[in-house]
Design a protein around this ligand. Sequence first.
Ligand SMILES: Cc1cc2nc3c(=O)[nH]c(=O)nc-3n(C[C@H](O)[C@H](O)[C@H](O)COP(=O)(O)OP(=O)(O)OC[C@H]3O[C@@H](n4cnc5c(N)ncnc54)[C@H](O)[C@@H]3O)c2cc1C
Length: 313
Amino acid sequence: MEEKTRNNLIKGFTQVIPEANILKDEKLSKRTTFKTGGPASLFVIADDEEALKTVLLACDEMKVKHFLIGNGSNLLAKDEGFDGVIIKLGSGFSKLSVVDEINEGTGLITAGAGVMLTQLSLYALKKGFTGLEFAHGIPGTVGGAVFMNAGAYGGEMKMITESVTLLSPEGDIVTYDNEAMEFGYRTSSIKNKGYVVLETALSLEKGDSEQIIATMNELALKRKEKQPLEYPSAGSTFKRPEGYFAGKLIEDAGLRGYQVGGARVSDKHCGFVVNMGDATSTDVYRLICDVREKVLKESGVTLEPEVIMLGDF
Ligand SMILES: Cc1cc2nc3c(=O)[nH]c(=O)nc-3n(C[C@H](O)[C@H](O)[C@H](O)COP(=O)(O)OP(=O)(O)OC[C@H]3O[C@@H](n4cnc5c(N)ncnc54)[C@H](O)[C@@H]3O)c2cc1C
Protein backbone atom coordinates (compact mmCIF):
# COMPACT_ATOMS: atom_id res chain seq x y z
CA MET A 1 0.00 0.00 0.00
CA GLU A 2 1.34 3.43 -0.85
CA GLU A 3 2.42 5.50 2.14
CA LYS A 4 0.06 8.29 1.04
CA THR A 5 -2.93 5.92 1.03
CA ARG A 6 -1.94 4.54 4.43
CA ASN A 7 -1.61 8.04 5.91
CA ASN A 8 -4.97 9.07 4.48
CA LEU A 9 -6.59 5.99 5.98
CA ILE A 10 -5.02 6.67 9.38
CA LYS A 11 -6.18 10.29 9.22
CA GLY A 12 -9.76 9.15 8.63
CA PHE A 13 -9.63 6.41 11.26
CA THR A 14 -8.34 8.72 14.02
CA GLN A 15 -11.61 10.68 13.88
CA VAL A 16 -13.34 7.79 15.66
CA ILE A 17 -10.57 5.37 16.72
CA PRO A 18 -7.88 5.97 19.37
CA GLU A 19 -4.36 6.05 17.91
CA ALA A 20 -3.33 3.15 20.14
CA ASN A 21 -5.82 0.97 18.21
CA ILE A 22 -4.23 1.68 14.82
CA LEU A 23 -1.07 -0.35 14.30
CA LYS A 24 1.29 -0.11 11.35
CA ASP A 25 3.09 -3.19 10.03
CA GLU A 26 1.71 -5.42 12.78
CA LYS A 27 3.20 -8.90 12.38
CA LEU A 28 0.46 -11.48 11.87
CA SER A 29 2.68 -14.05 13.58
CA LYS A 30 1.66 -12.21 16.76
CA ARG A 31 -2.02 -12.49 15.89
CA THR A 32 -2.40 -16.09 14.74
CA THR A 33 -2.13 -19.30 16.75
CA PHE A 34 0.17 -20.78 14.06
CA LYS A 35 2.56 -17.95 15.01
CA THR A 36 3.48 -17.39 11.37
CA GLY A 37 2.78 -14.62 8.89
CA GLY A 38 4.22 -11.27 7.89
CA PRO A 39 3.08 -7.70 8.58
CA ALA A 40 -0.31 -6.16 7.83
CA SER A 41 -0.07 -2.64 6.36
CA LEU A 42 -2.61 -1.61 9.00
CA PHE A 43 -4.11 -3.53 11.92
CA VAL A 44 -7.07 -1.74 13.45
CA ILE A 45 -9.02 -2.55 16.59
CA ALA A 46 -12.63 -1.37 16.25
CA ASP A 47 -14.21 -0.95 19.67
CA ASP A 48 -17.73 -0.26 18.47
CA GLU A 49 -20.04 -0.31 15.46
CA GLU A 50 -19.23 3.26 14.45
CA ALA A 51 -15.49 2.51 14.33
CA LEU A 52 -16.13 -0.69 12.40
CA LYS A 53 -18.33 1.04 9.83
CA THR A 54 -15.80 3.86 9.42
CA VAL A 55 -13.00 1.41 8.65
CA LEU A 56 -15.10 -0.64 6.23
CA LEU A 57 -16.35 2.44 4.41
CA ALA A 58 -12.86 3.95 4.10
CA CYS A 59 -11.46 0.66 2.75
CA ASP A 60 -14.30 0.52 0.25
CA GLU A 61 -13.86 4.11 -0.90
CA MET A 62 -10.09 3.83 -1.22
CA LYS A 63 -10.26 0.37 -2.76
CA VAL A 64 -8.08 -1.13 -0.06
CA LYS A 65 -8.42 -4.81 0.87
CA HIS A 66 -9.62 -5.64 4.38
CA PHE A 67 -9.95 -8.79 6.47
CA LEU A 68 -11.84 -9.42 9.69
CA ILE A 69 -9.75 -11.40 12.17
CA GLY A 70 -11.08 -13.16 15.25
CA ASN A 71 -8.49 -14.86 17.44
CA GLY A 72 -6.54 -16.01 14.38
CA SER A 73 -6.92 -19.64 15.42
CA ASN A 74 -7.94 -20.94 12.01
CA LEU A 75 -5.73 -18.82 9.78
CA LEU A 76 -2.58 -19.20 7.74
CA ALA A 77 -1.26 -15.71 6.95
CA LYS A 78 1.23 -15.15 4.13
CA ASP A 79 4.86 -14.52 5.03
CA GLU A 80 4.80 -11.47 2.75
CA GLY A 81 2.07 -10.07 4.98
CA PHE A 82 -1.25 -8.47 4.10
CA ASP A 83 -1.33 -5.42 1.88
CA GLY A 84 -4.48 -3.94 3.38
CA VAL A 85 -6.32 -3.45 6.66
CA ILE A 86 -6.86 -6.21 9.20
CA ILE A 87 -9.79 -5.44 11.49
CA LYS A 88 -10.21 -6.88 14.96
CA LEU A 89 -13.30 -6.34 17.08
CA GLY A 90 -12.48 -4.71 20.41
CA SER A 91 -14.03 -3.97 23.79
CA GLY A 92 -17.56 -3.05 22.64
CA PHE A 93 -17.96 -6.52 21.19
CA SER A 94 -17.17 -8.36 24.42
CA LYS A 95 -20.54 -8.16 26.11
CA LEU A 96 -22.29 -11.15 27.60
CA SER A 97 -25.78 -11.22 29.04
CA VAL A 98 -28.69 -13.48 29.83
CA VAL A 99 -31.65 -12.04 27.96
CA ASP A 100 -34.41 -13.85 29.74
CA GLU A 101 -35.73 -17.21 30.65
CA ILE A 102 -37.81 -18.21 27.62
CA ASN A 103 -39.58 -21.15 29.12
CA GLU A 104 -38.98 -22.91 32.33
CA GLY A 105 -35.66 -24.63 31.87
CA THR A 106 -34.42 -22.72 28.80
CA GLY A 107 -32.90 -19.31 28.24
CA LEU A 108 -31.08 -17.03 25.84
CA ILE A 109 -27.54 -15.81 26.25
CA THR A 110 -26.31 -13.01 23.97
CA ALA A 111 -22.60 -12.83 23.27
CA GLY A 112 -20.60 -10.17 21.44
CA ALA A 113 -18.60 -11.43 18.47
CA GLY A 114 -15.29 -10.68 20.19
CA VAL A 115 -15.95 -12.91 23.21
CA MET A 116 -13.69 -15.96 23.43
CA LEU A 117 -15.55 -19.29 23.38
CA THR A 118 -13.92 -20.39 26.62
CA GLN A 119 -15.10 -17.24 28.37
CA LEU A 120 -18.59 -17.77 26.91
CA SER A 121 -18.83 -21.36 28.07
CA LEU A 122 -17.66 -20.40 31.58
CA TYR A 123 -20.29 -17.65 31.64
CA ALA A 124 -22.98 -20.16 30.65
CA LEU A 125 -21.76 -22.45 33.43
CA LYS A 126 -21.94 -19.59 35.96
CA LYS A 127 -25.51 -18.88 34.90
CA GLY A 128 -26.38 -22.59 35.12
CA PHE A 129 -26.84 -23.28 31.39
CA THR A 130 -25.76 -26.44 29.57
CA GLY A 131 -25.02 -26.74 25.81
CA LEU A 132 -21.69 -24.92 25.51
CA GLU A 133 -19.42 -27.54 27.06
CA PHE A 134 -18.14 -28.55 23.60
CA ALA A 135 -16.88 -25.00 22.96
CA HIS A 136 -14.83 -24.73 26.14
CA GLY A 137 -11.51 -25.80 24.58
CA ILE A 138 -11.86 -24.13 21.15
CA PRO A 139 -9.48 -21.13 21.08
CA GLY A 140 -11.65 -18.90 18.86
CA THR A 141 -14.04 -15.98 19.22
CA VAL A 142 -17.82 -16.13 18.95
CA GLY A 143 -17.60 -14.34 15.56
CA GLY A 144 -15.11 -16.84 14.14
CA ALA A 145 -17.08 -19.77 15.58
CA VAL A 146 -20.37 -18.65 14.02
CA PHE A 147 -18.71 -17.97 10.68
CA MET A 148 -17.08 -21.44 10.71
CA ASN A 149 -19.86 -23.30 12.57
CA ALA A 150 -17.16 -24.46 14.97
CA GLY A 151 -17.81 -27.74 16.70
CA ALA A 152 -16.31 -30.56 18.71
CA TYR A 153 -17.26 -33.78 20.46
CA GLY A 154 -20.80 -33.89 19.07
CA GLY A 155 -21.63 -30.21 19.61
CA GLU A 156 -21.57 -27.34 17.11
CA MET A 157 -22.70 -23.73 16.94
CA LYS A 158 -25.61 -24.77 14.71
CA MET A 159 -27.21 -26.65 17.61
CA ILE A 160 -27.45 -23.62 19.93
CA THR A 161 -27.60 -20.54 17.70
CA GLU A 162 -30.97 -18.82 17.87
CA SER A 163 -30.04 -15.76 15.80
CA VAL A 164 -27.04 -13.75 14.62
CA THR A 165 -26.80 -9.96 14.34
CA LEU A 166 -24.73 -9.03 11.32
CA LEU A 167 -23.34 -5.98 9.57
CA SER A 168 -24.07 -6.51 5.89
CA PRO A 169 -21.59 -5.54 3.15
CA GLU A 170 -23.99 -2.64 2.37
CA GLY A 171 -23.59 -1.35 5.93
CA ASP A 172 -27.02 -2.44 7.26
CA ILE A 173 -27.61 -4.27 10.53
CA VAL A 174 -29.51 -7.47 9.78
CA THR A 175 -30.59 -10.43 11.89
CA TYR A 176 -30.36 -13.97 10.58
CA ASP A 177 -32.15 -16.80 12.33
CA ASN A 178 -30.64 -20.26 12.56
CA GLU A 179 -32.15 -21.33 9.24
CA ALA A 180 -30.86 -18.29 7.35
CA MET A 181 -27.35 -19.02 8.64
CA GLU A 182 -27.44 -22.31 6.67
CA PHE A 183 -24.90 -23.92 8.97
CA GLY A 184 -23.05 -26.87 7.51
CA TYR A 185 -19.87 -28.72 8.34
CA ARG A 186 -17.42 -25.86 9.18
CA THR A 187 -19.40 -23.45 7.05
CA SER A 188 -22.32 -21.00 7.07
CA SER A 189 -24.19 -18.81 4.61
CA ILE A 190 -22.08 -15.76 5.51
CA LYS A 191 -18.78 -17.36 4.50
CA ASN A 192 -17.01 -15.28 1.84
CA LYS A 193 -19.89 -12.81 1.57
CA GLY A 194 -18.44 -9.91 3.56
CA TYR A 195 -20.85 -10.03 6.51
CA VAL A 196 -19.47 -9.22 9.95
CA VAL A 197 -20.87 -11.05 12.96
CA LEU A 198 -21.62 -8.50 15.68
CA GLU A 199 -23.53 -10.54 18.22
CA THR A 200 -25.14 -13.94 18.64
CA ALA A 201 -28.12 -15.12 20.67
CA LEU A 202 -27.73 -18.67 21.93
CA SER A 203 -30.55 -20.86 23.10
CA LEU A 204 -29.51 -23.01 26.05
CA GLU A 205 -31.08 -25.28 28.61
CA LYS A 206 -30.75 -25.11 32.35
CA GLY A 207 -28.36 -27.77 33.56
CA ASP A 208 -26.61 -29.22 36.56
CA SER A 209 -23.41 -27.24 37.29
CA GLU A 210 -21.48 -30.25 38.57
CA GLN A 211 -22.35 -32.22 35.45
CA ILE A 212 -21.34 -29.29 33.20
CA ILE A 213 -17.96 -29.00 34.95
CA ALA A 214 -17.42 -32.77 34.74
CA THR A 215 -18.10 -32.72 30.95
CA MET A 216 -15.76 -29.74 30.43
CA ASN A 217 -13.00 -31.46 32.38
CA GLU A 218 -13.50 -34.72 30.48
CA LEU A 219 -13.27 -32.95 27.11
CA ALA A 220 -10.23 -30.91 28.21
CA LEU A 221 -8.48 -34.15 29.18
CA LYS A 222 -9.34 -35.73 25.82
CA ARG A 223 -7.87 -32.72 23.99
CA LYS A 224 -4.71 -32.79 26.09
CA GLU A 225 -4.24 -36.52 25.50
CA LYS A 226 -4.97 -36.52 21.77
CA GLN A 227 -3.93 -33.08 20.47
CA PRO A 228 -0.46 -31.50 20.23
CA LEU A 229 -1.45 -28.47 22.32
CA GLU A 230 2.19 -27.90 23.23
CA TYR A 231 2.94 -26.59 19.71
CA PRO A 232 1.46 -23.67 17.77
CA SER A 233 -1.14 -24.81 15.22
CA ALA A 234 -4.55 -23.93 13.82
CA GLY A 235 -6.25 -27.07 15.11
CA SER A 236 -7.31 -29.65 12.53
CA THR A 237 -5.61 -28.65 9.31
CA PHE A 238 -8.02 -30.50 7.04
CA LYS A 239 -11.76 -31.00 6.99
CA ARG A 240 -13.02 -34.49 7.72
CA PRO A 241 -13.68 -36.13 4.32
CA GLU A 242 -16.98 -37.95 4.25
CA GLY A 243 -16.52 -41.52 5.41
CA TYR A 244 -12.90 -41.02 6.51
CA PHE A 245 -10.74 -39.33 9.13
CA ALA A 246 -8.09 -36.96 7.77
CA GLY A 247 -5.58 -37.97 10.47
CA LYS A 248 -5.90 -41.68 9.65
CA LEU A 249 -5.50 -41.09 5.89
CA ILE A 250 -2.35 -39.02 6.57
CA GLU A 251 -0.96 -41.65 8.91
CA ASP A 252 -1.71 -44.43 6.41
CA ALA A 253 0.12 -42.44 3.73
CA GLY A 254 3.23 -42.72 5.93
CA LEU A 255 3.31 -39.03 6.76
CA ARG A 256 3.44 -39.05 10.57
CA GLY A 257 6.27 -36.68 11.49
CA TYR A 258 6.72 -35.53 7.88
CA GLN A 259 8.41 -32.15 7.95
CA VAL A 260 8.93 -29.19 5.61
CA GLY A 261 11.20 -26.55 7.16
CA GLY A 262 9.78 -25.90 10.62
CA ALA A 263 6.31 -27.27 9.83
CA ARG A 264 5.54 -30.86 10.78
CA VAL A 265 2.73 -33.37 10.67
CA SER A 266 2.20 -33.86 14.40
CA ASP A 267 3.54 -37.13 15.78
CA LYS A 268 0.72 -37.10 18.33
CA HIS A 269 -2.18 -36.42 15.92
CA CYS A 270 -1.59 -36.61 12.17
CA GLY A 271 -4.58 -34.33 11.51
CA PHE A 272 -2.63 -31.41 12.98
CA VAL A 273 0.18 -29.54 11.24
CA VAL A 274 2.30 -27.90 13.93
CA ASN A 275 4.91 -25.18 14.02
CA MET A 276 8.05 -26.66 15.58
CA GLY A 277 9.28 -23.17 16.45
CA ASP A 278 10.70 -21.59 13.34
CA ALA A 279 8.15 -22.50 10.68
CA THR A 280 7.10 -20.00 8.06
CA SER A 281 3.67 -19.94 6.47
CA THR A 282 5.33 -21.07 3.26
CA ASP A 283 6.62 -24.18 5.09
CA VAL A 284 3.10 -24.89 6.35
CA TYR A 285 1.58 -24.34 2.93
CA ARG A 286 4.12 -26.58 1.18
CA LEU A 287 3.51 -29.26 3.78
CA ILE A 288 -0.25 -29.02 3.21
CA CYS A 289 0.27 -29.40 -0.56
CA ASP A 290 2.58 -32.40 -0.09
CA VAL A 291 0.13 -34.09 2.27
CA ARG A 292 -2.78 -33.56 -0.11
CA GLU A 293 -0.80 -34.96 -3.03
CA LYS A 294 0.45 -38.02 -1.14
CA VAL A 295 -2.93 -38.82 0.43
CA LEU A 296 -4.67 -38.52 -2.94
CA LYS A 297 -2.11 -40.89 -4.46
CA GLU A 298 -2.33 -43.43 -1.63
CA SER A 299 -6.08 -43.42 -0.96
CA GLY A 300 -7.78 -41.53 -3.77
CA VAL A 301 -9.24 -39.05 -1.26
CA THR A 302 -8.84 -35.30 -1.77
CA LEU A 303 -8.26 -33.49 1.51
CA GLU A 304 -9.68 -29.98 1.75
CA PRO A 305 -7.96 -27.55 4.13
CA GLU A 306 -10.06 -26.40 7.06
CA VAL A 307 -7.51 -23.68 7.73
CA ILE A 308 -8.33 -20.42 5.96
CA MET A 309 -5.60 -18.82 3.85
CA LEU A 310 -5.12 -15.14 4.57
CA GLY A 311 -3.67 -13.89 1.29
CA ASP A 312 -3.13 -15.64 -2.05
CA PHE A 313 -0.83 -18.61 -1.67
C1 LIG B 1 -5.51 -25.98 19.39
C2 LIG B 1 -6.71 -25.70 18.52
C3 LIG B 1 -7.84 -26.49 18.65
C4 LIG B 1 -8.96 -26.24 17.84
N1 LIG B 1 -10.05 -27.04 18.01
C5 LIG B 1 -11.15 -26.81 17.25
C6 LIG B 1 -12.32 -27.62 17.42
O1 LIG B 1 -12.38 -28.50 18.25
N2 LIG B 1 -13.38 -27.33 16.62
C7 LIG B 1 -13.38 -26.34 15.69
O2 LIG B 1 -14.39 -26.13 15.00
N3 LIG B 1 -12.28 -25.57 15.52
C8 LIG B 1 -11.17 -25.77 16.27
N4 LIG B 1 -10.06 -24.99 16.09
C9 LIG B 1 -10.05 -23.98 15.02
C10 LIG B 1 -10.54 -22.58 15.43
O3 LIG B 1 -10.35 -22.35 16.80
C11 LIG B 1 -12.02 -22.38 15.08
O4 LIG B 1 -12.24 -22.51 13.69
C12 LIG B 1 -12.54 -21.00 15.52
O5 LIG B 1 -13.93 -20.96 15.31
C13 LIG B 1 -11.92 -19.82 14.77
O6 LIG B 1 -12.27 -18.64 15.45
P1 LIG B 1 -11.32 -17.35 15.42
O7 LIG B 1 -12.00 -16.28 16.22
O8 LIG B 1 -9.95 -17.67 15.85
O9 LIG B 1 -11.39 -16.97 13.90
P2 LIG B 1 -10.17 -16.61 12.88
O10 LIG B 1 -9.28 -17.78 12.81
O11 LIG B 1 -9.57 -15.32 13.30
O12 LIG B 1 -10.99 -16.42 11.57
C14 LIG B 1 -11.60 -17.53 10.94
C15 LIG B 1 -12.59 -16.99 9.91
O13 LIG B 1 -13.68 -16.37 10.60
C16 LIG B 1 -13.87 -15.05 10.10
N5 LIG B 1 -14.33 -14.22 11.23
C17 LIG B 1 -13.76 -14.07 12.45
N6 LIG B 1 -14.50 -13.23 13.20
C18 LIG B 1 -15.54 -12.84 12.43
C19 LIG B 1 -16.67 -11.97 12.63
N7 LIG B 1 -16.87 -11.31 13.77
N8 LIG B 1 -17.54 -11.79 11.59
C20 LIG B 1 -17.35 -12.43 10.40
N9 LIG B 1 -16.33 -13.27 10.15
C21 LIG B 1 -15.43 -13.47 11.17
C22 LIG B 1 -12.51 -14.61 9.59
O14 LIG B 1 -12.63 -13.57 8.62
C23 LIG B 1 -11.99 -15.91 8.99
O15 LIG B 1 -12.46 -16.05 7.67
C24 LIG B 1 -8.94 -25.20 16.89
C25 LIG B 1 -7.78 -24.41 16.76
C26 LIG B 1 -6.69 -24.64 17.57
C27 LIG B 1 -5.47 -23.76 17.44
